[in-house]
Unconditional design. Structure first.
Length: 107
């Protein structure tokens, strides 16, 4: 897990796909899931709850109004979901959003 700060205040918490910790959104495990299933879950959740969606240039999907950005991470030969919890101003900022931890890798 990594924490990022902006002017001394917590702005983002990035979890690891393997070491987590595991968090759930409406019963779905956000860390360590199949990225396609994670994306479909977020799309379904947004449709059901009226969340605002945002695709980032690396094709990650965010629910901006609740501050969840779901990236993927290489783990050996697999890709697993890596959730980030991000303050709204950073999700709205192209600079911060695009510099948040991208995939990363684990052997």
């Amino acid at each position: 897990m990594r924490a990022f700060y902006d002017a001394g205040e917590l702005a983002c918490v990035a979890l690891d796909a393997v070491t987590g910790p595991q968090v759930f959104l409406s019963g779905f495990p956000l860390a360590g899931s199949d990225p396609e299933q994670g994306e479909q879950f977020l799309l379904d959740h947004a449709a059901e709850h009226g969340n605002c969606l945002l695709y980032t240039p690396d094709d990650s999907l965010a629910l901006t109004d609740i501050g969840v950005l779901l990236r993927s991470q290489h783990v050996g030969t697999a890709r697993l979901t890596r959730p980030l919890f991000v303050k709204e101003e950073w999700l709205e900022s192209e600079y911060f959003r695009d510099h948040l931890p991208l995939g990363g890798s684990r052997s």
